[in-house]
Design a protein around this ligand. Structure first.
Ligand SMILES: [Zn+2]
Length: 221
């Protein structure tokens, strides 16, 4: 081994990794281990993690992963736990449409981008609408397949809120399909899960589908 001081390259990360404990409290790899893994992928792609432009990339990617996979830190049921009963007997459909979806495909770790429409038929209780969007994020910001994501959102709202019905429709483009493999651009995948009144009553389902297809006339504010 040379006694020279280490060069200011990616080796510093490797040294820090050796100092760090093996795993953090949650049994996960440490930040340093994650950054090392990213350096491995950079080398595997054919580049040099030690060149200037890539020096901070492992740190940036690890930080980005915290955002892309923030859903693992969330409890979707807890997000819906606080609901309101003072609704003056409102029992019509509540629909939240065009919720932005940012997820990651569990087969290729490629982005899934699209929109989600969520509706439910209250049975005496309603939730703040931002909570529905947060449930979408809590499941979306994990490794997913669209079918499971659709079911998880619908089933969780059904279980916690116990409404008369839940409907979830997701339209999304999968970058594992558009930027690689079959390279089919402009293709979106549509999935839906209908529970309760949305499943049993065709007119309720039609009303929901018409509502999410209606022109977007008022989107400001
Ligand atoms: Zn994929």
């Amino acid at each position: 081994m040379s006694s020279q001081a280490p060069q200011p390259t990616a080796d510093i990360g490797a040294i820090l990794a050796r100092r760090a404990p093996l795993v953090d409290g949650a049994g996960r790899p440490t930040q340093a281990q994650a950054e090392d893994a990213i350096r491995t992928l950079l080398r595997w792609a054919g580049d040099d993690p030690g060149r200037e432009g890539l020096l901070d990339t492992p740190k940036r990617v690890a930080k980005a992963y915290r955002e892309w996979f923030a859903g693992y830190e969330e409890d979707p049921e807890e997000l819906l736990a606080r609901s309101f009963e003072e609704t003056d007997g409102y029992d019509e459909m509540v629909t939240l449409r065009d919720i932005r979806l940012e997820s990651t495909c569990e087969h290729h770790m490629a982005p899934i981008l699209g929109r989600v429409h969520v509706a439910y038929l209250p049975a005496g209780r309603v939730v703040g609408i931002s909570k529905l969007a947060r449930v979408v994020d809590a499941f979306g910001k994990r490794l997913q397949i669209q079918e499971k994501l659709t079911a998880q959102i619908a089933n969780t709202i059904d279980r916690v809120l116990q409404p008369k019905g839940v409907a979830v429709v997701i339209e999304a483009a999968h970058q594992c399909m558009t930027t690689r493999g079959t390279h089919k651009t402009g293709v979106t995948m549509v999935t839906s899960r209908m529970l309760g009144g949305f499943r049993d009553d065709p007119s309720t389902r039609r009303e929901f589908l018409a509502m999410i297809q209606a022109p977007r006339g008022f989107t400001e504010g």
